[in-house]
Write a protein that binds this ligand. Sequence first.
Ligand code: CMP
Length: 140
Amino acid sequence: AVERALSIIKPDAVAKNVIGKIYSRFESNGLKIVASRMMHLSRAEAEGFYAVHRERPFFKDLVDFMISGPVMVQVLEGEGAIAKNRELMGATDPKKAEKGTIRADFADSIDANAVHGSDAPETAAIEVAYFFPAMNVYSR
Ligand code: CMP
């Protein structure tokens, strides 16, 4: 099925100046960028986005990191976009990410792990709506 996934290029990868390289990987693997915006998240915005992790021990560090600099937020659309994007990202912990994945190539640690991607259709819908009103998603 054609799906939409929410993707975030995190502050570490924005600082490394690799937005274009990461976009190229999406595009050359059949994912279309149908919405995008650069943002510097407020603490409240980051906490709201990661609300499902609120009780996890890494929550405070995660939020601190996500507000440490600008991020690039996009919606990826394509056949099986959620799984495809997860495959391109690699494992959450870059030390465990397969060679050639975004995290293996651009990430430094489990916190500074270059990208976020939706993990299921239900969370993808919530995450896309969190950043983009329907009229700002340019589906083709
Ligand atoms: P992300 O896909 O953005 O979702 C939650 C983030 O929490 C995750 O990527 C990691 O960057 C971060 N994180 C830090 N520690 C952990 C952990 N032990 N397990 C999962 N995620 C973690």
